[in-house]
Design a protein. Structure first.
Length: 280
Protein backbone atom coordinates (compact mmCIF):
# COMPACT_ATOMS: atom_id res chain seq x y z
CA UNK A 1 0.00 0.00 0.00
CA UNK A 2 1.39 3.37 -1.00
CA UNK A 3 0.19 6.30 1.07
CA UNK A 4 1.19 9.92 0.86
CA UNK A 5 0.83 11.67 4.22
CA UNK A 6 -0.11 15.03 2.76
CA UNK A 7 -3.33 16.95 3.19
CA UNK A 8 -6.33 15.77 1.19
CA UNK A 9 -8.39 17.94 -1.07
CA UNK A 10 -9.81 20.05 1.75
CA UNK A 11 -9.46 20.73 5.45
CA UNK A 12 -12.51 18.52 6.04
CA UNK A 13 -10.55 15.52 4.75
CA UNK A 14 -7.18 16.49 6.16
CA UNK A 15 -7.28 13.67 8.69
CA UNK A 16 -7.45 11.11 5.85
CA UNK A 17 -4.35 9.79 4.10
CA UNK A 18 -4.19 10.55 0.39
CA UNK A 19 -4.02 7.25 -1.43
CA UNK A 20 -1.66 7.52 -4.41
CA UNK A 21 -3.27 4.63 -6.34
CA UNK A 22 -6.44 3.37 -4.60
CA UNK A 23 -6.89 0.51 -7.06
CA UNK A 24 -3.60 -1.01 -5.89
CA UNK A 25 -4.48 -1.07 -2.19
CA UNK A 26 -4.37 -4.64 -0.86
CA UNK A 27 -7.77 -6.05 0.24
CA UNK A 28 -6.73 -6.24 3.89
CA UNK A 29 -5.55 -2.61 3.91
CA UNK A 30 -8.71 -1.59 2.01
CA UNK A 31 -10.90 -2.99 4.81
CA UNK A 32 -9.05 -0.93 7.41
CA UNK A 33 -9.02 2.25 5.35
CA UNK A 34 -12.62 1.96 4.14
CA UNK A 35 -14.01 2.50 7.63
CA UNK A 36 -12.09 5.77 8.00
CA UNK A 37 -13.30 6.94 4.61
CA UNK A 38 -16.90 5.99 5.39
CA UNK A 39 -16.71 7.96 8.64
CA UNK A 40 -15.63 11.00 6.66
CA UNK A 41 -18.28 10.42 3.99
CA UNK A 42 -21.06 10.76 6.57
CA UNK A 43 -20.02 14.31 7.51
CA UNK A 44 -19.41 15.65 4.02
CA UNK A 45 -22.04 17.33 1.88
CA UNK A 46 -23.04 15.26 -1.12
CA UNK A 47 -21.96 16.73 -4.43
CA UNK A 48 -18.95 18.65 -3.10
CA UNK A 49 -15.43 17.92 -4.45
CA UNK A 50 -14.46 16.57 -1.00
CA UNK A 51 -17.39 14.16 -1.03
CA UNK A 52 -16.53 12.97 -4.53
CA UNK A 53 -12.88 12.44 -3.56
CA UNK A 54 -13.81 10.22 -0.60
CA UNK A 55 -16.48 8.31 -2.54
CA UNK A 56 -14.28 7.72 -5.60
CA UNK A 57 -11.42 6.54 -3.39
CA UNK A 58 -13.75 4.06 -1.68
CA UNK A 59 -14.84 2.72 -5.07
CA UNK A 60 -11.29 2.25 -6.35
CA UNK A 61 -10.03 0.74 -3.09
CA UNK A 62 -12.75 -1.91 -3.13
CA UNK A 63 -12.55 -2.97 -6.77
CA UNK A 64 -10.96 -6.22 -5.56
CA UNK A 65 -14.40 -7.17 -4.20
CA UNK A 66 -15.80 -6.97 -7.74
CA UNK A 67 -13.00 -9.14 -9.11
CA UNK A 68 -13.63 -11.65 -6.32
CA UNK A 69 -17.39 -11.78 -7.00
CA UNK A 70 -16.87 -11.98 -10.78
CA UNK A 71 -14.65 -15.04 -10.21
CA UNK A 72 -17.78 -16.99 -9.34
CA UNK A 73 -18.86 -16.70 -12.95
CA UNK A 74 -15.57 -17.72 -14.56
CA UNK A 75 -17.37 -20.57 -16.37
CA UNK A 76 -19.02 -17.96 -18.59
CA UNK A 77 -17.64 -17.08 -22.01
CA UNK A 78 -14.42 -15.00 -21.83
CA UNK A 79 -15.99 -12.16 -23.80
CA UNK A 80 -18.68 -11.85 -21.11
CA UNK A 81 -16.23 -11.20 -18.28
CA UNK A 82 -15.78 -7.53 -19.14
CA UNK A 83 -19.54 -7.00 -18.94
CA UNK A 84 -19.66 -8.99 -15.68
CA UNK A 85 -16.97 -6.80 -14.07
CA UNK A 86 -18.64 -3.59 -15.26
CA UNK A 87 -21.97 -4.76 -13.89
CA UNK A 88 -20.29 -5.73 -10.62
CA UNK A 89 -18.92 -2.18 -10.36
CA UNK A 90 -22.49 -0.90 -10.46
CA UNK A 91 -23.29 -3.21 -7.55
CA UNK A 92 -20.23 -1.92 -5.65
CA UNK A 93 -21.25 1.71 -6.16
CA UNK A 94 -24.79 0.95 -4.94
CA UNK A 95 -23.35 -0.79 -1.88
CA UNK A 96 -21.16 2.23 -1.06
CA UNK A 97 -24.09 4.62 -1.40
CA UNK A 98 -26.29 2.44 0.84
CA UNK A 99 -23.79 1.39 3.49
CA UNK A 100 -24.25 2.76 7.00
CA UNK A 101 -21.62 2.54 9.71
CA UNK A 102 -24.38 2.21 12.30
CA UNK A 103 -25.01 -1.30 11.00
CA UNK A 104 -21.79 -2.34 12.77
CA UNK A 105 -21.06 -4.75 9.94
CA UNK A 106 -18.02 -5.17 7.74
CA UNK A 107 -18.41 -3.39 4.42
CA UNK A 108 -17.15 -6.52 2.67
CA UNK A 109 -20.06 -8.59 4.03
CA UNK A 110 -22.49 -5.89 2.96
CA UNK A 111 -21.05 -5.29 -0.51
CA UNK A 112 -20.59 -8.84 -1.85
CA UNK A 113 -24.35 -9.66 -1.94
CA UNK A 114 -25.01 -6.35 -3.74
CA UNK A 115 -22.32 -7.07 -6.33
CA UNK A 116 -23.39 -10.68 -6.94
CA UNK A 117 -27.06 -9.66 -7.05
CA UNK A 118 -26.36 -7.02 -9.69
CA UNK A 119 -24.47 -9.55 -11.82
CA UNK A 120 -27.30 -12.07 -11.53
CA UNK A 121 -29.83 -9.42 -12.54
CA UNK A 122 -27.64 -8.65 -15.54
CA UNK A 123 -27.79 -12.30 -16.63
CA UNK A 124 -31.49 -12.49 -15.95
CA UNK A 125 -32.30 -9.38 -17.98
CA UNK A 126 -29.90 -9.80 -20.91
CA UNK A 127 -29.19 -13.46 -21.58
CA UNK A 128 -32.73 -14.57 -22.42
CA UNK A 129 -33.35 -14.85 -26.15
CA UNK A 130 -37.01 -13.96 -25.56
CA UNK A 131 -38.00 -11.64 -22.75
CA UNK A 132 -40.22 -13.30 -20.15
CA UNK A 133 -41.38 -11.99 -16.75
CA UNK A 134 -38.82 -12.19 -13.95
CA UNK A 135 -41.14 -14.49 -11.99
CA UNK A 136 -40.89 -17.07 -14.76
CA UNK A 137 -37.14 -16.60 -15.14
CA UNK A 138 -36.71 -17.49 -11.47
CA UNK A 139 -39.19 -20.36 -11.78
CA UNK A 140 -37.08 -21.82 -14.59
CA UNK A 141 -34.07 -22.02 -12.25
CA UNK A 142 -36.11 -23.77 -9.55
CA UNK A 143 -37.58 -26.10 -12.15
CA UNK A 144 -34.14 -27.10 -13.43
CA UNK A 145 -32.94 -27.87 -9.90
CA UNK A 146 -36.07 -29.85 -9.04
CA UNK A 147 -35.85 -31.81 -12.30
CA UNK A 148 -32.21 -32.75 -11.66
CA UNK A 149 -32.98 -33.79 -8.09
CA UNK A 150 -35.94 -35.99 -9.01
CA UNK A 151 -34.18 -37.48 -12.04
CA UNK A 152 -31.26 -38.62 -9.88
CA UNK A 153 -33.64 -39.89 -7.21
CA UNK A 154 -36.13 -41.66 -9.49
CA UNK A 155 -33.83 -42.68 -12.32
CA UNK A 156 -36.20 -41.21 -14.89
CA UNK A 157 -37.66 -37.91 -16.04
CA UNK A 158 -40.10 -36.65 -13.37
CA UNK A 159 -43.74 -35.94 -14.15
CA UNK A 160 -45.33 -32.54 -13.79
CA UNK A 161 -47.22 -33.75 -10.73
CA UNK A 162 -43.99 -34.89 -9.04
CA UNK A 163 -42.32 -31.57 -9.85
CA UNK A 164 -45.37 -29.72 -8.57
CA UNK A 165 -45.18 -31.51 -5.22
CA UNK A 166 -41.45 -30.93 -4.80
CA UNK A 167 -41.61 -27.25 -5.81
CA UNK A 168 -44.84 -26.62 -3.84
CA UNK A 169 -46.39 -25.05 -6.91
CA UNK A 170 -49.65 -25.71 -8.79
CA UNK A 171 -49.21 -27.92 -11.85
CA UNK A 172 -50.23 -25.11 -14.21
CA UNK A 173 -47.36 -22.95 -12.90
CA UNK A 174 -44.92 -25.81 -13.51
CA UNK A 175 -46.20 -26.04 -17.10
CA UNK A 176 -45.81 -22.26 -17.41
CA UNK A 177 -42.20 -22.44 -16.16
CA UNK A 178 -41.46 -25.21 -18.68
CA UNK A 179 -42.89 -23.11 -21.48
CA UNK A 180 -40.91 -20.06 -20.37
CA UNK A 181 -37.69 -22.09 -20.39
CA UNK A 182 -38.03 -22.34 -24.17
CA UNK A 183 -37.32 -18.61 -24.34
CA UNK A 184 -33.84 -18.89 -22.81
CA UNK A 185 -32.15 -20.00 -26.03
CA UNK A 186 -33.01 -19.28 -29.63
CA UNK A 187 -32.11 -21.09 -32.83
CA UNK A 188 -31.49 -19.50 -36.19
CA UNK A 189 -34.07 -20.22 -38.89
CA UNK A 190 -31.10 -21.15 -41.07
CA UNK A 191 -29.86 -23.75 -38.55
CA UNK A 192 -29.26 -27.12 -40.25
CA UNK A 193 -31.59 -29.89 -39.08
CA UNK A 194 -30.57 -32.76 -41.33
CA UNK A 195 -28.70 -33.55 -44.53
CA UNK A 196 -29.93 -35.95 -47.20
CA UNK A 197 -29.49 -36.69 -50.90
CA UNK A 198 -31.97 -33.90 -51.62
CA UNK A 199 -29.78 -31.40 -49.82
CA UNK A 200 -29.63 -29.80 -46.41
CA UNK A 201 -32.81 -29.12 -44.46
CA UNK A 202 -32.98 -26.04 -42.26
CA UNK A 203 -35.31 -25.11 -39.42
CA UNK A 204 -37.41 -22.70 -41.47
CA UNK A 205 -38.41 -25.60 -43.78
CA UNK A 206 -40.38 -27.17 -40.92
CA UNK A 207 -42.11 -24.22 -39.28
CA UNK A 208 -44.53 -21.62 -40.47
CA UNK A 209 -47.27 -21.77 -43.09
CA UNK A 210 -48.72 -19.39 -45.62
CA UNK A 211 -51.04 -17.00 -43.78
CA UNK A 212 -54.15 -16.83 -45.93
CA UNK A 213 -55.59 -14.14 -43.67
CA UNK A 214 -53.02 -11.60 -44.91
CA UNK A 215 -54.95 -11.04 -48.12
CA UNK A 216 -58.12 -10.58 -46.08
CA UNK A 217 -56.41 -7.86 -44.03
CA UNK A 218 -55.44 -6.04 -47.23
CA UNK A 219 -58.99 -6.35 -48.58
CA UNK A 220 -60.51 -5.01 -45.35
CA UNK A 221 -58.07 -2.12 -45.35
CA UNK A 222 -59.07 -1.23 -48.91
CA UNK A 223 -62.77 -1.74 -48.17
CA UNK A 224 -62.94 0.59 -45.16
CA UNK A 225 -62.98 3.93 -47.07
CA UNK A 226 -65.50 2.54 -49.59
CA UNK A 227 -67.91 1.59 -46.80
CA UNK A 228 -67.39 5.00 -45.21
CA UNK A 229 -68.68 6.59 -48.45
CA UNK A 230 -72.00 4.68 -48.30
CA UNK A 231 -75.12 6.36 -46.96
CA UNK A 232 -76.40 5.43 -43.50
CA UNK A 233 -79.01 2.92 -44.70
CA UNK A 234 -76.61 1.00 -46.93
CA UNK A 235 -74.00 0.86 -44.15
CA UNK A 236 -76.67 -0.38 -41.76
CA UNK A 237 -77.69 -3.14 -44.16
CA UNK A 238 -74.06 -4.24 -44.58
CA UNK A 239 -73.66 -4.27 -40.80
CA UNK A 240 -76.83 -6.25 -40.17
CA UNK A 241 -76.01 -8.80 -42.87
CA UNK A 242 -72.28 -9.39 -42.39
CA UNK A 243 -71.62 -8.37 -38.78
CA UNK A 244 -74.80 -9.38 -36.99
CA UNK A 245 -75.38 -12.09 -39.63
CA UNK A 246 -79.15 -11.51 -39.95
CA UNK A 247 -81.12 -12.99 -42.84
CA UNK A 248 -82.66 -10.76 -45.47
CA UNK A 249 -86.10 -11.41 -43.94
CA UNK A 250 -84.84 -10.30 -40.50
CA UNK A 251 -83.21 -7.20 -42.01
CA UNK A 252 -86.48 -6.37 -43.77
CA UNK A 253 -88.41 -6.64 -40.50
CA UNK A 254 -85.81 -4.46 -38.78
CA UNK A 255 -86.01 -1.76 -41.48
CA UNK A 256 -89.73 -2.10 -42.23
CA UNK A 257 -89.29 -3.11 -45.86
CA UNK A 258 -89.75 -6.33 -47.83
CA UNK A 259 -87.16 -9.06 -48.18
CA UNK A 260 -87.11 -8.41 -51.94
CA UNK A 261 -86.29 -4.75 -51.40
CA UNK A 262 -83.48 -5.69 -49.00
CA UNK A 263 -82.13 -8.08 -51.65
CA UNK A 264 -82.06 -5.35 -54.30
CA UNK A 265 -80.40 -2.84 -51.95
CA UNK A 266 -77.82 -5.40 -50.84
CA UNK A 267 -77.00 -6.45 -54.41
CA UNK A 268 -76.59 -2.84 -55.49
CA UNK A 269 -74.35 -1.99 -52.53
CA UNK A 270 -72.15 -5.07 -52.96
CA UNK A 271 -71.75 -4.33 -56.68
CA UNK A 272 -70.66 -0.78 -55.83
CA UNK A 273 -68.13 -2.04 -53.30
CA UNK A 274 -66.80 -4.68 -55.68
CA UNK A 275 -66.37 -2.13 -58.43
CA UNK A 276 -64.56 0.19 -56.00
CA UNK A 277 -62.13 -2.56 -54.95
CA UNK A 278 -61.33 -3.50 -58.55
CA UNK A 279 -60.80 0.14 -59.49
CA UNK A 280 -58.48 0.66 -56.49
Amino acid sequence: MTLVSSAATDSQTSDLPEVADPSQVAPRDARELSRRFFEQLTVLEEGTPEYQYVRNTLIEMNMSLVRFAAGRFRSREPEEMEDIVQTGMIGLIKAIDRFELSREAEFTSFAIPHIVGEIKRFFRDTTWAVHVPRRLQEARIHLARATDELRSRLGRTPTVKELSELMSLPEDEVWEARLAANGYNASSLDAAISTSEDGESVLQDFIGTQDTALELVEDLHSLAPLIADLDDRDRQIIHLRFVEELTQDQIGEHLGVSQMHVSRLLSRTLARLREGLLTT
